[in-house]
Design a protein around this ligand. Structure first.
Ligand SMILES: NC(=O)c1ccc[n+]([C@@H]2O[C@H](COP(=O)([O-])OP(=O)(O)OC[C@H]3O[C@@H](n4cnc5c(N)ncnc54)[C@H](OP(=O)(O)O)[C@@H]3O)[C@@H](O)[C@H]2O)c1
Length: 183
């Protein structure tokens, strides 16, 4: 059974982008640390419209993901531009309940994991349906004070792993469920 993992970089105060969707605070961090093991285990990914539009605006070169990619949106969004001889990216636009698309997403992973790229509310929609297994965060040594939230839900988590990669604290948490006080 593939795991469904929300994997992202966050600031210490829990934002994944600033209020104007800037990631400048992230892009200036040293980038010599990679996570090849995680990405080798991913078979499909899902992101929200803002994240997709950020990628379209900031991509230098071709679409970087060969895996099936779902983009959740209510709108008609463009496909990334591509070279004439390169393959069409496998991008599938969808809307509505993430539960309605979940089986198809899992089948597309080919027994690898499903990566929720963000944003935070999209990850929360998977939590609401009981479909999120783990959260992996790279915490940057930055605070923003406001911005796009990491995960706007009230949850109990179990810490499974902590590591340091350059300036980042990398942690892996299992999702237990709704905060005990809320049950
Ligand atoms: N730090 C990191 O590593 C990292 C990782 C990922 C993203 N980011 C950044 O964080 C920000 C995230 O933006 P965000 O919080 O706005 O989240 P987002 O999930 O990227 O986009 C939210 C939008 O997606 C669409 N959407 C979400 N769920 C949907 C559903 N079930 N059905 C149909 N449409 C749905 C809606 O747009 P429409 O209704 O307009 O279609 C919604 O307003 C972006 O700036 C992104 O670049 C950072």
């Amino acid at each position: 059974m593939p795991r469904t993992v929300y994997y992202t970089v966050t600031t210490l105060d829990g934002y994944i982008a600033d209020p104007s969707d800037s990631l400048d605070w992230l892009l200036r961090q040293p980038s010599d640390e990679t996570d090849d093991t995680f990405f080798a285990g991913i078979g499909a990914t899902v992101m929200g419209a803002t994240t997709y539009e950020w990628l379209l605006r900031n991509l230098e070169g071709p679409w970087p993901y060969s895996m099936p990619t779902w983009v959740m949106t209510h709108r008609e969004l463009p496909m990334p531009s591509k070279d004439e001889d390169s393959e069409d990216p496998d991008i599938r636009f969808a809307k509505g309940s993430v539960a309605d698309h979940y089986v198809e997403m899992c089948m597309a992973t080919g027994d690898h994991d499903l990566w929720i790229m963000g944003g935070g509310d999209l990850a929360g929609q998977f939590v609401d349906e009981g479909l999120l297994d783990e959260i992996i965060t790279w915490t940057a040594p930055v605070t923003l004070g406001s911005g796009r939230p990491l995960l706007p839900r009230r949850l109990d988590l179990e810490l499974l792993e902590v590591d340091r990669k350059g300036p980042f604290v990398v942690s892996r948490h299992k999702v237990i469920g709704a905060l005990a006080e809320d049950q």
